[in-house]
Design a protein around this ligand. Structure first.
Ligand code: AMP
Length: 139
């Protein structure tokens, strides 16, 4: 048993715990977050229990992307919000609390008070070039 398959989202997929579903495909499920940051805050998960996004197969990631797009369309239609954030946390260091891969769709409105932290750091062209080269070669 993995952390993902023992998590609350695995129980939701299995139908052992209820959720407010808003979209379902063969590979993914979207449901309302139980503690929303804004009205319409929605989570989209794959049906296979996986902890981190990079552990999905390429096909699973594509299926999940399609479901995120469909759910985002429905969130925007239902709430009328003028924008939204997609948030996807991997690892506790990144703020992931439920160890089962999930996308947040968070509707945004002017002056909603949610804010946005983007603490940019300085880099140098040499450091960026060296890192990009490593990544071009696969990391
Ligand atoms: P994260 O911090 O990215 O792991 O986010 C986990 C999210 O799951 C939080 O926003 C929680 O409010 C949400 N959550 C936890 N349990 C449930 C549940 N049973 N149904 C719906 N959302 C949940």
């Amino acid at each position: 048993m993995s952390a993902a398959s023992e998590s609350i989202f695995a129980k939701i997929v299995a139908g052992q715990i209820p959720c407010h579903r808003v979209f379902e495909s063969a590979a993914a499920l979207a449901f309302l977050d139980i503690n929303p940051l804004a009205e319409g805050h929605t989570l989209v998960i794959p049906k296979r229990a996986v902890e981190r996004f990079d552990e999905l197969t390429a096909d699973e990631a594509a299926d999940l992307g399609r479901a995120v797009r469909e759910a985002a369309t429905r969130v925007m239609r239902a709430t009328g919000a003028p924008g939204y954030n997609l948030l996807q946390n991997n690892g506790s260091v990144a703020g992931q609390e439920v160890p089962y891969v999930h996308f947040h769709i968070i509707p945004r409105r002017p002056a909603d008070g949610l804010g946005f932290r983007w603490l940019a750091q300085k880099s140098s062209p040499d450091a960026l070039a060296a890192l990009a080269k490593r990544m071009m070669n696969g990391g």
